[in-house]
Design a protein around this ligand. Structure first.
Ligand SMILES: [Zn+2]
Length: 356
């Protein structure tokens, strides 16, 4: 009898002590140590249970019952304490990761347009006011559209002026049974595409990248950005061309600028001209920028060659057209006083940030 009492007493004592101790444990490692020591295979409870076998048969049930009850109580106390500690841990973590949503946001750096993009937009805006639309086309182009339909057949010497990059391995048959694919040397093929797709009146400007097989220096790049304009209508004349170019030059470089035409040769216009503006630096008196001539060369222009109109099935007896083209880089060099075209494409932020 006394053995049973003492075993039950020991179990109850274990229950009290172990529970009290559990309440003082504050981390998972200590908790685990407690579990192994009290509830483990070789723990205190298991040792006490080992004593059951030595009891007399009639004493065993009461002691076994007490042992089971203590085991259940301690296991559930352990589970509770573990849950408490984990919840506290999460709260602590949340506290550590707290974000102050009332802090002002970090400022962001505002970018700006590339100087070439800016000039492009300015030129587009000027011609939109003259009711021109902006159209674009492919930079990889059929030889047929880039040269042949522009009155530059395969054996024409003018192909030498626009030495270009042929796309290797592209001998698929193109429009008109032609062969050959090039990086376009001018945006003129987009004029051809436009005239093939729509009937006069046509008023478009065509901005975009073009390519020439060219050694690069301060004023030449193998890739540059061109804009061309095309107007095809009944009774439109070289006077309209000159008026439109003057309007553009004055919008960009000031109302005092004059425009002059000099004879120039381009296979796709007749007559053709180079157009200059009076120097915006010296006002026409002569300076370094205009090489003491008072004039600055801007681009080429002329009346669309009747053969070009015929090639796109527009009747040259009824319609006339004029066209012009120039490079945005050259415009930007002049307007911003930059002295090396290559600076536009080296992506040096110290350079680009000056155009705010
Ligand atoms: Zn000058």
């Amino acid at each position: 009898m006394s053995t049973t009492v003492s075993l039950v007493d020991e179990l109850e004592q274990l229950e009290r002590n172990a529970q009290a101790e559990l309440g003082t444990l504050n981390d998972e490692a200590a908790l685990e140590e407690w579990r192994v020591r009290v509830l483990g295979r070789k723990g205190t409870l298991a040792t006490l249970l080992g004593g059951l076998g030595r009891l007399a048969a009639d004493e065993r049930p009461a002691a076994g019952q007490a042992a089971n009850r203590v085991k259940t109580v301690l296991e559930s106390a352990f589970g509770e304490r573990q849950a408490q500690l984990r919840a506290a841990g999460r709260t602590q973590q949340l506290e550590a990761e707290r974000i102050d949503v009332t802090l002002p946001a970090r400022g962001y750096r505002r970018g700006q347009e590339h100087p070439i993009t800016r000039i492009r937009r300015e030129v587009e805006d000027v011609f939109k006011r003259l009711s021109f639309s902006v159209v674009e086309g492919p930079e990889v182009e059929w030889d047929h559209y880039n040269f042949t339909l522009l009155n530059i057949p395969p054996d024409h010497p003018a192909r030498d002026i626009q030495d270009t990059f042929y796309v290797a391995g592209s001998d698929a048959e193109g429009p008109g049974g032609s062969r050959g694919v090039v990086l376009r040397t001018h945006t003129s093929p987009v004029q051809i595409r436009t005239m093939l797709a729509q009937r006069p009146p046509i008023r478009v400007i065509v901005p975009g990248k073009v390519y020439r097989n060219e050694a690069t220096d301060a004023s030449h790049e193998a890739m540059f950005t061109q804009v061309e304009g095309l107007c095809v209508d009944e009774h439109t004349t070289m006077g309209d061309l000159r008026g439109s170019l003057t309007f553009m030059i004055r919008s960009l470089f000031g109302q005092e600028r004059e425009v002059r035409f000099r004879c120039g040769y381009f296979p796709f216009v007749e007559p053709g001209a180079e157009f200059d503006m009076s120097c915006h630096v010296c006002g026409g008196n002569g300076c370094r920028t205009c090489k003491q001539t008072g004039w600055i060369e801007i681009g080429g222009c002329g009346m669309v060659h009747p053969k070009v109109l015929e090639a796109v099935e527009i009747d040259p007896a009824r319609y006339t057209g004029w066209a012009f083209g120039f490079g945005f880089e050259r415009m930007a060099l002049l307007k911003y006083g930059v002295d090396d075209i290559r600076l536009f494409y080296t992506n040096d932020l110290r350079f680009l940030k000056q155009f705010r």
